[in-house]
Design a protein around this ligand. Structure first.
Ligand SMILES: [Zn+2]
Length: 215
């Protein structure tokens, strides 16, 4: 399903496997998140460009749409219950907004003693560059993550449903900062046991073509 008009690329950044990036998106602009190789989770957060203490909130978004995850046409909202990003295109349809970002403690539970890249440190690292005082990160939107939810409440991590080149497109309702971590998890099926790159693209409305008559 596609709700967006034709768009121009304003800014594009490749997110190498196991790392994170941040970028600004203006109100009315779009951001496309592309899973380059498939089955790669993108742990994503966003906050208001004017107030970093207003952020995309998973729990508020569930109550905003009365769904576990927005459908195309529905929006993510902030902890101030304002819409921040609208899902306008989705070639996958399987994502997660229940599970926290991976962190050093999670890898220790898997028996990893040496430092292991993780989404929490990735996201905190880029957030700190903006001078934000956050020492915790909000629950992320986990694009391309597949946590199967059974009727008895059981959650099972599975390999992602995304194929190479799959993407989602979001429209910004307000000026915001978006952060994305290419999840480094290689000890469960979430990234197919093989973390890979993502691409984030900021898109703007196509400029109208002006024909000049005469000459
Ligand atoms: Zn992760």
């Amino acid at each position: 399903m596609k709700l967006r008009p034709n768009l121009n690329v304003k800014h594009e950044v490749r997110i190498p496997a196991r790392t994170a990036v941040d970028f600004e998106v203006r109100a009315g602009e779009y951001v496309r998140m592309t899973d380059v190789c498939g089955q790669q989770a993108a742990d994503c957060g966003a906050c208001s460009g004017a107030n970093p203490n207003e952020w995309l909130s998973a729990e508020h978004t569930r109550a905003y749409n009365w769904r576990l995850f927005p459908r195309v046409g529905e929006s993510f909202c902030t902890n101030h219950r304002r819409p921040i990003l609208q899902l306008v295109e989705d070639t996958v349809g399987v994502h997660d907004m229940l599970i926290c970002a991976c962190d050093a403690y999670r890898y220790r539970m898997y028996g990893v003693e040496e430092p292991h890249p993780n989404c929490r440190d990735n996201l905190l690292g880029v957030i700190k560059r903006w001078g934000f005082a956050h020492t915790a990160i909000p629950s992320p939107v986990n694009w391309f993550s597949n946590f199967a939810l059974a009727s008895d409440g059981t959650i099972e991590p599975r390999e992602g449903a995304s194929k190479a080149g799959d993407y989602v497109v979001l429209k910004a309702w307000i000026d915001c900062v978006v952060v994305v971590s290419a999840c480094p998890m290689d000890l469960n099926p979430v990234n197919g046991y093989c973390p890979t790159d993502l691409v984030a693209t900021v898109l703007t409305l196509e400029e109208p073509r002006i024909e000049v008559a005469g000459g």
